[in-house]
Design a protein around this ligand. Structure first.
Ligand code: NAD
Length: 405
């Protein structure tokens, strides 16, 4: 029996609160249900323009979890989700996504929505086959496939070689401020430039090869419906993070993803569908919190966007992706000149970025807290690990680490 407190060092949280994770997921579900009512969204069964059978790869946290919640609870879809999470035992905790999935599955069953969640390596062909078998068992074809995997490693299913992705600048080192969310101290972090096969390996893990393989295998198995849409997520970001993000190793992978979107788009167009990369907003995640400059930038961004009334989290982003991009009444999908969906528009709004510049340029070790929304980024960081979630009694002893109540 124990009371569970967050174990955090250098912006890394190594444990999760089961009840807090579940409650955070349920809060997101409530938001999606409210959006359905407030915006008058109709599911396909209710005669609306909406997906019926959705596959979400990377369904347990971040953008993937919000995509699945939006598809199910705002648009009424049955969903199959895939993620790779550590399962708990009665005495040993699991990773946050395990508890999020459990809460999702329970809420879906209660709402009469079909849902199957696979805890498998989505990069493997065995996983693809398990998803195909499940779709056939259900007797359905997918009309929306969301690709939201974020992983440090990928084993190539053909060669069985394991590749590692890294977040590094290219050409020269990159020094940037890092803010420790707990001690509130600012320090300089330096990321060393990519070397050897770093770029190629990162492309192998986070590029579009695996997304293409999914679409190919699902298509060959005839589980893709006419008019099927597929979307994968990318990031561009502001000038501050260009050297370590867009122009770095991960940016090379994102460019590969964007190029392969065009190939996938061509194959889905033949059946009346399409594929897009959606460029999303920067958010606090387990990986973004350890990249130099990103957390400081996010702290500034939260402050400026909250003041302007345009702040969004995962759930608001995914609601907008579905309502204002993928499932519009006029059935068009608005994109930029490169064919990408842009829901980072509010983040990159010139007025927001110029206000943000004033803060970023004025920051030093002694005044940093005046320029960033430290409580905001800290709460989001704690929330993704199930801590500081409103309405959870954190003094209550947990006797079973597998339970979410
Ligand atoms: P996340 O870490 O919250 O979620 C990643 C998901 O992938 C989890 O469900 C995890 O279980 C799953 N996963 C990882 N390896 C897997 C494997 N081998 N098999 C099955 N599942 C696996 O990440 P996120 O921040 O939501 O990122 C999702 C996508 O959105 C990424 O492409 C990311 O680049 C993009 N994106 C993120 C941000 C941001 O600020 N976080 C901004 C724009 C775009």
């Amino acid at each position: 029996m124990a009371v569970i407190k967050p174990m955090i060092r250098s912006n890394i949280c190594i444990n999760a609160h089961p009840v807090g994770c579940a409650r955070d997921t349920e809060n997101q579900i409530e938001f999606a249900k409210k959006q359905k009512t407030n915006k008058g969204i109709k599911s396909a069964k209710e005669g609306g323009y909406a997906p019926k059978n959705v596959l979400v790869l990377g369904c347990s946290t971040g953008y993937g979890l919000s995509s699945r919640i939006t598809a199910a609870f705002e648009y009424g879809a049955d969903t199959i989700g895939v993620s790779f999470e550590k399962e708990p035992t009665v005495t040993k905790g699991g990773t946050p996504g395990f508890y999020n999935n459990k809460a999702f599955d329970r809420a879906a069953a209660k709402a009469g929505l079909k849902a199957t969640t696979f805890n498998m390596d989505a990069f493997s062909d065995e996983c693809r086959q398990a998803v195909i078998d499940e779709a056939k068992k259900w007797g359905v074809k997918f009309d929306l496939i969301v690709y939201s995997l974020a992983s440090p490693v990928r084993t190539d299913p053909d060669t069985k070689i394991m590749y590692k992705s890294v977040i590094k600048p290219v050409g020269k080192p990159y020094g940037g401020w890092a803010i420790d969310m707990i001690t509130e101290k600012l320090s300089k972090l330096e990321a060393q430039p990519a070397e050897g096969d770093d770029i190629a390996n990162t492309v192998k893990v986070m590029g579009g090869e695996d997304w293409e393989r999914w679409i190919k295998m699902l298509s060959e198995a005839d589980v893709i419906a006419e008019g099927c849409k597929s979307v994968a997520y990318s990031y561009i970001g502001p000038k501050y993070s260009q050297p370590v993000y867009r122009d770095g190793t991960i940016g090379a992978a994102k460019k590969d993803l964007e190029a392969r979107a065009k190939v996938i788009d061509a194959s889905l167009k033949k059946i009346g569908g399409g594929a897009w990369v959606s460029v999303n907003k920067a958010l606090v995640t387990r990986s973004s919190s350890v990249i130099p400059i990103i957390m400081l930038y996010l702290g500034c961004l939260f402050k400026v966007q909250k003041a302007a009334g345009t702040h969004e989290g995962c759930k608001e982003q995914m609601d907008r992706l579905f309502r204002e991009r993928l499932y519009r009444d006029d059935k068009t999908v608005p994109t930029d000149s490169e064919g990408r969906i842009r829901i980072d528009d509010l983040e990159l709004d010139p007025a927001i970025q110029s206000e943000l510049d004033k803060h970023m340029e004025a920051i030093n070790e002694s005044n940093v807290l005046e320029h960033i929304d430290i409580e905001g980024i800290r709460k989001d960081f704690l929330n993704i690990n199930g801590f500081a979630v409103d309405g959870v009694d954190y003094e209550k002893e947990i006797t079973d680490m597998t339970a979410i109540d």
